[in-house]
Design a protein around this ligand. Structure first.
Ligand SMILES: Cc1cc2nc3c(=O)[nH]c(=O)nc-3n(C[C@H](O)[C@H](O)[C@H](O)COP(=O)(O)OP(=O)(O)OC[C@H]3O[C@@H](n4cnc5c(N)ncnc54)[C@H](O)[C@@H]3O)c2cc1C
Length: 165
């Protein structure tokens, strides 16, 4: 195989999100860039399979919109992002969509979660077990409720932190 890497200013190995972004930035600055990937498609760990007409994402459902690098790279408004309700919607063998969620975070999900027949009582008990979080402190367990608080990276990148500085 002929090595053409000397023909380019930069050779980026890996056409995942990082490699593609690096290549795009470098190319925009006027460098001649070649991207190589061992796989037969770009995207790396981000991929979508089409099965029976359904688009199935292999991963990457949650986009943390506060990262400055993301905002510099992507026009977020164009993505028409929508917030996820914490929970799950599962298409059952009956063809119906069954919706479940933590009622402490989203009270309107309490009734559908309790009355839905897709899971038996035992499995619902396990769901409750997940809601009650054990701690490393003896005899102390936690039930969290209310909206999900921002994670530390969101706080660090938020406008509020900029105001504190
Ligand atoms: C199931 C799943 C769910 C996820 N969900 C989220 C989410 O909700 N939110 C989020 O922010 N992140 C999520 N992630 C993480 C996110 O997908 C990755 O952090 C991101 O895609 C990594 O991009 P990358 O370019 O660094 O690496 P990769 O995507 O791994 O790309 C590396 C590329 O390099 C190629 N390569 C490697 N070695 C060689 C070699 N020697 N020669 C040639 N090519 C090579 C590989 O084929 C690959 O294409 C998820 C990941 C998975 C797997």
């Amino acid at each position: 195989m002929t090595d053409h890497s000397a023909d380019h200013d930069v050779v980026v190995v890996g056409a995942g999100l990082a490699g593609l972004r690096a290549a795009a930035v470098l190319a925009r600055r006027g460098l001649d860039v070649r991207v190589l990937d061992a796989a037969d498609r770009p995207g790396g760990r981000v991929a979508t399979d089409v099965v029976d007409g359904f688009r199935l994402d292999r991963g990457f459902q949650v986009l943390n919109t506060v990262y400055p690098a993301l905002r510099a790279a992507v026009d977020l408004a164009q993505l028409r992002l929508r917030a996820f309700v914490p929970g799950a919607a599962i298409r059952g063998d009956d063809g119906q969509l069954h919706t479940f969620g933590n009622p402490l975070r989203r009270p309107t999900l309490a009734w559908p979660t309790v009355t839905d027949g897709l899971f038996g009582l035992l499995d619902k008990g396990r769901l409750v077990d997940d809601v009650i979080q054990e701690t490393q402190v003896p005899n102390l367990s936690l039930i969290l409720s209310g909206p999900t608080p921002p994670n530390p990276s969101e706080l660090l990148g938020s406008d509020r932190r900029c105001k504190i500085n």
